[in-house]
Design a protein around this ligand. Sequence first.
Ligand SMILES: O=C(O)C[C@@H](O)[C@H](O)C(=O)CO
Length: 272
Amino acid sequence: MSHLLRKPENNKLADGVTLVHEVTEENSDLHYVGFKVVDLEPNASYDEKLTNLELCAVALTGKITVTDGDQNFTEIGTRDSVFERKPTDSVYVSHNKTVTITANTKARVALCFAPSDKELPTKLIKAEDNGVEHRGKYNNKRQVHNILPDSDPSANSLLVVEVFTETANWSSYPPHKHDQNNLPEESFLEESYYHEMDPPQGFVFQRVYTEDRSLDETMTVENGNVVLVPKGYHPVGVPDGYSEYYLNVMAGPERIWKFHNDKDHEWILDRE
Ligand SMILES: O=C(O)C[C@@H](O)[C@H](O)C(=O)CO
């Protein structure tokens, strides 16, 4: 299996608390993006001590209460399945704080991390504050919920977005990359993908490749898998009959998303 593909670990931390994924600087090639998925049974709690990392906690499914010790955000989260295709609530918390997440219902929470050394206010990012975009045409259609885009200064490094790709469509396509610190043309951002499929037995293909093909991996990605993109182009193809959800976390030295399309495939955009 590719070292860029992660299957659920489902590590039981306590009664009602399962760590589904854990991507850290120590166990991956990533230095800027950290990512966890936690499943909580009703009334179960999970603590995260943030030292040098900032956090965006996304209520993927279910209702949760989030506190940073000072502020409480009660019963946030808007959906039972990501495939309801409506935005959800998230909470941004600065480094050095300790966050407690308690489930009000059965819940799945994504924890998105990036390095930070500047304190910023804790913030509830409400579902209705997500910018919703419909991108693409033909078989390149997707719906995007911007949770923490680069136009929102609430975070130091973190960028967070969720994307729904229609059945038999492609996204992150034409292939693009953001692995050069060469602004204003391109920014260096690592990226993680947390994938879900509807119906759940589905699979998608994700390729991660560099210009010189020194990295060129095509992965079969199943429901609940994570793909890591330390560099390179990273398109996703969704088979007929299945629709796809992914949550992207991006971070790098500068908080700006400037990508470069693969010139060989950029013509896709020019079709009438
Ligand atoms: O528009 C899309 O298809 C989503 C991608 O842009 C995705 O968020 C990504 O690859 C970000 O670099």
